[in-house]
Each structure stands twice: as structure tokens, then as C-alpha cells.
Design a protein around this ligand. Structure first.
Ligand code: SAM
Length: 275
């Protein structure tokens, strides 16, 4: 897979793409990421990429011409051909459609993603109309530029590429992971998997050594070795986290009878909190 990022700050990406999973994936040849300096596609002495907005108002707007030339130089397929060619061109914008794990999964199935990073007040809208297949926002807030958003998208997509993670299950069984099946819930040796953080719920809390840190012990159940009890505890904790931090997610999933009982208890309507 290949990413092409069009930006006025190509050096911005040196660090984010040079660590951990992203670095390994690049070294292993799973992904290549090329940064393209927008100023290379200007034709004036001052290498001007922006201009004042028509109609007046604050700030400057990135001009269409350098971005158009930058995309042309990448020889992406014409818009109508892109889906077939597994290519896509994205404009980063606070006005875009929300980025999510589902969008990341779609992008991971493509072979080439071109990302255009805006700056200032944004990008001349004709860039969107003429060149882009999607306008994406990474959240309901305004960044100074698209570079951080591009890094977020690249990171999220690359960890979904086959071979990017040491253990492929890591991306399946986490918050916003892929849907789970009952068979997958337990590993071949009977150990409960992180499975129970997926399926539309947030992940459950994790603990590692030492068993006591600053007087705070790990939950006793995790030291007990009873796989079924651990599974139920993890499920309960995933539901608790989701209820506390993202109750909206509970509206989007099919809730089993077991989960319904746990949720009733957590909301204080059911039996005691015992597992
Ligand atoms: N005037 C724009 C608005 O109100 O929607 C904000 C422009 S912002 C200061 C400059 C650039 O940062 C945008 O063109 C876009 O590329 C990027 N950006 C800002 N917020 C973003 C977000 N939530 N998601 C993705 N990109 C964003």
C-alpha cells in the first residue's frame, strides 16, 4: 500500500512515521509513505501557496493550482476509475465526514491513498470538487493544519494491514475492533481473549506486573486463573467503561441477555454487582 501526502510541511512527518509499528511496516515493505512539498508545485518567485479569500473575511486560503499540479504529478487514476484501481484522494477538513475504524478498514482495502493537508482557513473548494473522492474530519474540533490528521489516518490504517502487527488478533479484539464470533471468544488453549473488548464495546481495562502498585492491587479475579470468571469480569468491565465513557455506542449494538443483565446491575436496577 502507498500513501502520498501533499503538505506545506513535509518534514512534519519525519518523527511520527519513524517509530514502532509504522516504522516496522515501512521497513518490511508493507507500506510506503511519500511526502510532497506543495511549494514545489508553485510557479512564482515567492513559491506562493495561498491567497486572500474571495468575498472578504479572515485569513488566507490554499490555492487550487499548486494542489491540482501536485495531484496530477502523482498520476492517480481519473475520478471515475479510482474505485476500480483501488485508489482514493482525500481532502482533510473540519467540514468532512467523520473518520472511524470503519473508514480506516475501507482505506486499508485500497492500494493507494493520496491525502491533501489544508492550512490557514482551508483549501479552495474546487480542489474538493475536481480532485477528491472524500472529505474527512478526524473529530469535532479545529486543528491548525491537516498534518496531524494525516498522521492519525496513516497510523490507524497501517496497523490494519496484514502483517503490520506482531499478533493479528490485536487489532480485531480492541475498542472499535471488528465484530466477534462466539468461536473466536476463547483461544485454542481455552484462555479468554481480549475478544470481549470488541463487538461494538470499548476495551476492558488491562493490568500487568507488579500485582500491587502504590498500594493498589490488581483485581483479584485476574490472578485466580479461572478463565470463565475472567471472561465474565472482562465483559462486565467493557460494558462499564462503555456505559461510563461512551453510552452512545450501546445504542448501536445488539445486546445479549447476559449483557442486558450486567447493564441493569451497573445502572443499579439489577442484582448486586457480583460476577
Ligand atoms: N476554516 C476551517 C473550518 O472552520 O472548517 C478550518 C481550517 S483549519 C484552521 C486548517 C486545516 O486544518 C483544514 O483545511 C484541514 O486540512 C485541517 N483540519 C482542521 N481541523 C481538522 C479536522 N478536525 N479533521 C481533519 N483536518 C482538519
Amino acid at each position: 500500500m502507498r500513501f502520498d501526502i501533499i503538505t506545506i510541511f513535509p518534514e512534519f512527518f519525519t518523527s511520527p512515521f519513524d517509530h514502532g509499528i509504522l516504522k516496522r511496516a515501512r521497513t518490511a515493505g508493507l507500506v510506503s509513505i511519500a511526502m510532497h512539498d506543495l511549494r514545489r508545485f508553485t510557479h512564482d518567485r515567492h513559491r506562493t501557496v495561498d491567497d486572500r479569500p474571495f468575498g472578504g473575511g479572515e485569513g488566507m486560503v490554499l490555492k487550487a493550482q499548486p494542489i491540482y499540479d501536485a495531484v496530477q504529478s502523482l498520476q492517480v487514476a481519473p475520478k471515475a476509475e479510482r474505485e476500480r484501481q483501488k485508489e482514493t484522494v482525500i481532502l482533510l477538513s473540519a467540514q468532512g465526514q467523520p473518520f472511524s475504524q470503519a473508514v480506516a478498514q475501507k482505506l486499508a482495502a485500497t492500494e493507494r491513498v493520496v491525502i491533501i493537508c489544508g492550512r490557514y482557513e482551508g483549501v479552495d473548494e474546487r480542489v474538493n470538487e475536481l480532485l477528491c473522492d472524500r472529505e474527512i474530519s478526524i473529530g469535532d474540533y479545529v486543528l491548525s493544519g491537516g498534518e496531524l490528521a494525516a498522521a492519525v489516518i496513516v497510523d490507524t490504517v497501517v496497523r490494519l494491514l496484514p502483517g503490520a502487527l506482531g499478533n493479528p488478533d490485536s487489532s480485531r479484539f480492541e475498542s472499535f475492533g471488528a465484530e466477534d464470533t462466539a468461536e473466536d471468544a476463547v483461544s485454542a488453549d481455552g484462555l479468554p481473549r481480549s475478544t470481549y473488548g470488541a463487538g461494538g464495546l470499548l476495551d476492558y481495562p488491562h493490568y500487568t506486573r507488579p500485582a500491587d502498585f502504590m498500594g493498589v492491587p490488581i483485581p483479584e479475579v485476574l490472578a485466580g486463573g479461572n478463565h470463565e470468571v475472567i471472561r465474565r469480569w472482562r465483559r462486565r468491565m467493557a460494558l462499564k467503561k462503555t456505559l461510563e465513557n461512551r453510552p452512545d455506542l450501546l445504542e448501536k449494538i445488539e445486546i445479549s441477555d447476559e449483557d442486558r443483565e450486567i447493564l441493569a446491575e451497573l445502572r443499579g436496577y439489577g442484582d448486586s454487582g457480583a460476577i
